[in-house]
Design a protein around this ligand. Sequence first.
Ligand code: MLT
Length: 237
Amino acid sequence: MARRNIEVCLSPLLAGCHDFSGKCVVIIDVLRASSAIITGLSHGVQAFRPVAEPADALYWAGKGYVPAAERGGQVAEGFNLGNSPFSYQEGQWAGQKVALTTTNGTRAILLTMAAKQIIVAGFLNQKAVVQRILQFPGDVVLFCAGWKGQFSLEDTLSAGSLLFDLHKYIIITGDPAIAALDLYQAHENSIGQAVMGSSHYLRLAGKGLTDEIAFCLKRDLYTTVPVLIDGELVAIP
Ligand code: MLT
């Protein structure tokens, strides 16, 4: 097999430093967009259409989608559904398509449209994502959604965890990837504790969402890999 590289984009503000064309981009927004999308597709949501703004979600509602919007870590004003994984867990939206906008995760997806393939990852589906990446014949970028352009600890830990599983097969390229792997290895037995110090943990915990955070940090609860096809994330089991 040809030599393949894997790099890490640590923040959407650094997207311009990476060339996504022809590559597999793996979007990581552990808290909580990735986790909500993985959970929703695992519980019957037919597709998630990532959109930039709440107004876009409403536009797609006019075309039969369920509109969902998160801003600032909570359901956006005027919406009944956001990006809590718990709100997709009971199969409430099974068979339906959701048009979703979030502060960082869905925007990250929209920044990487030049990629050959876009998939969504988190701790919840890590093993399945590793298998998917190994099947992809080209280079890979792990894209951490962060928070409003800032580096985020939980997304970088998740990227590092993927690198730990992949480094024997794909060449780790660039300082951000080396740093992500190092960060993961420093905390591999205490991910929950490491995340507890992070800014988004504190933001969400302040809203009483510690159970959701614990859920998002669970490993390999699902085998679903969301893949972007024609503007929609659909489940590849
Ligand atoms: C995001 O995409 O910005 C996050 O999912 C925010 C959140 O946790 O609500």
